[in-house]
Design a protein around this ligand. Structure first.
Ligand code: ZN
Length: 183
């Protein structure tokens, strides 16, 4: 397994549409293992393939022990509304309140290509919606009002110098953010 560099805001791949995964092979298994390792090293609860510079329609999540590798996901049901603060591994130290569905059902495949259906509420539901957005080039700051988004982007102009080439290099064993709810 190896730690992958996380692409930060400004990297074009974060705005690209992903491609459906069709091969469930060793390459995919390695990518999934590397993504879990990278997510844990960054103290995240979710990580999507574009965040590590890949175009596969794939995300990994571990929300309070609910751990999934999720391939080609689709939200087939959403219900209710819930507003809470989000943070993203690709935009360290940016925050914003985002409205999401309170409850979702996601249909997907697992890392072996077997169909899975995830019934989620609360933080898991939020994390799934955040990650599936990543698979379609969408970021949580897109949901903020013009003024709030602008304030975060101004902040980012100062923060981004820490990430040359829009890449965030993680160090093995170094656990960073203590909040643990970054996706
Ligand atoms: Zn994110």
């Amino acid at each position: 397994m190896s730690l992958l560099a996380i692409h930060t805001l400004g990297s074009p791949i974060l705005r690209e549409e992903t491609q459906l995964v069709t091969a469930f092979d060793d390459d995919l298994r390695t990518l999934i293992a590397d993504m879990f390792e990278t997510m844990y090293a960054a103290s995240g609860i979710g990580l999507a393939a574009p965040q590590v510079g890949r175009t596969e329609r794939l995300t990994v999540v571990d929300v309070e022990g609910a751990k999934y590798a999720i391939v080609n996901p689709e939200i087939v049901f959403r219900e209710g509304k819930d507003r809470a603060e989000e943070a993203c591994l690709s935009m360290p130290e940016l925050y914003g309140d985002v409205d999401r569905a309170k409850r979702v059902i996601v249909k997907a495949l697992d890392g072996e290509g077997k169909p899975i259906e995830i019934h989620a509420t609360g933080l898991l539901a939020r994390c799934l919606q955040h990650e599936i957005d990543h698979l379609h080039g969408k970021l949580f700051i897109d949901y903020l009002s013009y003024l709030k988004r602008r304030a975060q982007l101004v902040k980012w102009e100062e923060l981004r110098v820490e990430y040359p080439g829009n890449l965030r290099q993680l160090k093995a064993g170094a656990v960073t953010e203590p909040d643990g709810e970054t996706m």
